[in-house]
Design a protein around this ligand. Structure first.
Ligand SMILES: [Zn+2]
Length: 274
């Protein structure tokens, strides 16, 4: 096709021109795949989405979730205060590894023992997890694990492996150049709604980083073991949420966490209650 004909086609169909522009912008935003190192475990991974792009992608998903669940948002009371208190301390620790992330937590009234953290630091906690966590340290175990998925860039890594990075970049750039099907695939890989997008090794890595984060935030890491035992009992015979998924099978998960305790205890200093 000649340049003239292409131009003519674009002028005749402005929507196509906008879509192509979005793809071009999306691709230009991806300079190259960067070598990144995960916190704590020091694993090398190849990620094309920058921290800023991940934050934008996560924020778009977060805004959508809050819009759809407006009536369930808890914004006062003891549960709200606990989630804010614990999240603030975990975010302060995780923020040292990802200064460009923009942290925020929302508690939703949902009768499901679940929580998740989107790329870039937006956290959602369901009230259904609180009867199992019971105390700040166990809630720090859950938040440490979820936040670790974000700082280790697990969603971006999965998007990369599924060859959806350009689609994700186009969504970030303006959301034109993608089909609804591609959009759904990218959203599913973000870990939104506590679905199960992560691999066994990513789950294990989130456990490891999470237990170090909780220790650095001033919560005794031994509480992670007590929490997982409670979670095991609470979830007997039920469909497990993402973070409690049995692909790191519960018994082995507890054994592995026990193996990381000496490292975590070296990083533990009791925090002053604020
Ligand atoms: Zn997980």
């Amino acid at each position: 096709m000649s340049g003239k004909r292409v131009l003519g086609l674009l002028l005749a169909r402005p929507l196509i021109a906008v879509a192509i522009a979005a793809v071009v912008v999306g691709v230009l935003l991806l300079v190259q795949t960067d070598k990144e190192t995960t916190p704590v475990t020091h694993r090398t991974e190849h990620i094309a989405l920058s921290d800023k792009q991940q934050t934008k992608l996560g924020s778009q998903q977060y805004d959508k979730t809050l819009r759809e669940n407006r009536a369930a948002i808890v914004s006062s009371g003891a549960d709200y205060a606990q989630v804010q208190r614990v999240a603030r301390r975990i975010e302060a620790v995780a923020g040292r590894d990802k200064p460009a992330f923009d942290w925020k937590v929302t508690l939703l009234r949902k009768d499901e023992a679940n929580a998740y953290c989107l790329p870039g630091g937006k956290i959602v906690v369901y009230t259904g997890i609180l009867p199992v966590t019971r105390n700040d340290a166990a809630l720090a175990t859950v938040l440490g694990h979820e936040v670790a998925h974000a700082t280790a860039e697990h969603a971006a890594e999965r998007i990369e492996r599924n060859h959806l990075t350009k689609v994700a970049a186009a969504i970030i750039a303006g959301g034109v150049a993608f089909t609804p099907r591609q959009y759904v695939r990218v959203s599913a890989l973000l870990g939104a709604a506590g679905s199960l997008p992560f691999s066994r090794s990513q789950e294990s890595e989130a456990d490891h980083i999470g237990v170090i984060y909780m220790a650095r935030a001033g919560y005794h890491p031994r509480q992670a073991v007590a929490f997982w035992k409670r979670m095991q009992r609470a979830s007997k015979g039920k469909q497990l949420p993402e973070f409690a998924s049995d692909h790191p099978s519960d018994q082995h998960r507890i054994e592995r966490i026990q193996g990381w305790l000496p490292e975590a205890e070296r990083e533990y200093t009791p925090a002053h209650v604020s």
